[in-house]
Design a binder for this molecule. Structure first.
Ligand code: NAD
Length: 383
């Protein structure tokens, strides 16, 4: 990416605690850029609307200009968005990912010293999840049990497939295409090679869903060995190359508790990826601080995001933990090639957490005598 020294970066503040965490995060980002580059680089932050704030101002939950800004400026960042319950409004996050074809959901998971964790050796967890972001049961092909079209679908399935679906039943479709599998697995392998990782694991339920999840596994192996014949191997004894292997999703969820060091880079489908990335984050105590990004590596459009929700119970109270969006900002700087700013953010967050002067949610996961700080005070300490 060719990022100018004064890029415009659109941001969605987000609902609930969005306002609290965004202000804290922006102060950390500006300080990191200033310290790393003096006056030679500076970000022009531009607010774009989505969620409750957008609805109040424009009557739309996700205005077209917001999507257009991300397309125009390529790199953006967002806080959490509430999805209105009922009324047929789809998740705004899913809509953004699909409309901008952000085909990778990238979720790195690693341990921050000082946090108490459910696993005994959390320092062994250093896993990067590449989750397919546009297909699977999240593609949105779902019909409610009382939708008149369900009967037509049932009739089609009975006549054409001899599947007799009885009673009050909602129906959903799970698409998984070769194209989406290949583009995801290629990016996971490129990342693994660039970062000198050892293994890419395809996580799937191909034993049960042969033509979707099983196809994902088969296409994954095929594309890896076809596109990277000299760099990737299926042979676990060939340590000169990047290993590609696979694991069934339920075994994966057991194994990450028992031997997390066996995993490195993971490529998986949308629903598995949703479960696995949160389970991994929880394992290192990082569910509230884990960062994420949604990326289309072909167009370059990337939106970095806080992975938690809007936490309405603590909104506006200077209590929220801004680490998730701050660490997503670190990922954003890496993506921009501003590695020095990214390094400063990493150092600021890790030393602050290990000093045990943190927001309440993190303090409650620490032994000893942690000091509870407000959102703003915590961000100042990171700076
Ligand atoms: P949530 O993540 O908002 O809250 C779960 C619990 O974690 C709450 O007790 C909350 O106080 C706490 N929490 C969350 N983030 C925190 C932070 N940064 N610091 C301290 N504590 C934090 O999940 P929920 O209650 O299930 O969802 C609330 C709303 O958020 C819903 O409308 C949901 O659709 C939305 N949501 C959005 C996203 C997103 O935009 N990426 C993700 C998940 C949920």
């Amino acid at each position: 990416l060719n990022v100018p020294d004064n890029p415009v970066i659109p941001y969605i503040e987000g609902d609930g605690i969005g306002c609290d965490i965004w202000q804290a995060a922006q102060s950390v980002f500006d300080a990191a850029v200033k310290k790393a580059y003096g006056n030679s680089k500076k970000i022009e932050w531009r607010e774009v609307l989505a969620g409750g704030k957008a609805f109040d101002k424009t009557g739309q939950w996700l205005p077209q200009e917001t999507e257009d800004s991300f397309k125009d400026y390529l790199i953006g960042i967002k806080g959490p968005l509430m999805t209105p319950v009922g009324g047929g409004i789809r998740s705004l996050n899913v809509t953004l990912r699909q409309n901008l074809d952000l085909f990778v959901c990238l979720r790195p998971v690693s341990y921050y010293s000082g946090i108490e964790t459910p696993v005994k050796e959390p320092q062994k967890v250093d896993i990067v999840v590449f989750r397919e972001n546009t297909e699977d049961v999240y593609a949105g092909f779902e019909v409610a049990s009382d939708d008149p079209r369900v009967d037509k679908l049932k009739k089609f399935l009975k006549d054409e497939m001899d599947w007799d679906i009885k009673g009050e039943t909602g129906l959903g479709i799970k698409p998984m295409s070769k194209e989406s599998t290949e583009r995801l697995v290629i990016e996971a392998i490129k990342f693994a090679l660039k970062n000198k990782r050892k293994v890419v694991t395809l996580v799937h339920k191909g034993n049960i869903m042969k033509f979707t999840e099983g196809a994902f596994r088969n296409w994954g192996y095929e594309v890896a060995l076809r596109e990277f014949p000299n760099q990737v191997t299926k042979d676990p004894n060939d340590s000169s190359k990047l290993l590609i292997n696979d694991c069934i999703a339920d075994a994966f969820l057991q194994n990450i508790l028992l031997k997390p060091e066996a995993y490195d880079v993971v490529a998986t489908l949308n629903l598995n990826g949703d479960y696995c990335s949160d389970a991994l984050a929880a394992q290192v105590g990082g569910i509230g601080i884990s960062p994420g990004a949604n990326i289309n590596y072909h167009t370059g459009v990337a939106i970095f995001e806080a992975t938690h929700g809007t936490a309405p119970d603590i909104a506006g109270k200077n209590m929220a933990n801004p680490s998730s969006i701050i660490l997503s900002g670190k990922m954003m700087f890496e993506y921009m090639g501003w590695q020095e700013a990214a390094n400063l953010i990493e150092k600021g967050v890790s030393t602050t957490i290990s000093s045990k002067r943190v927001t309440g949610d993190l303090a409650s996961m620490m032994s000893g005598d942690p000091e509870t700080l407000g959102t703003n005070e915590y961000a100042k300490l990171i700076i």
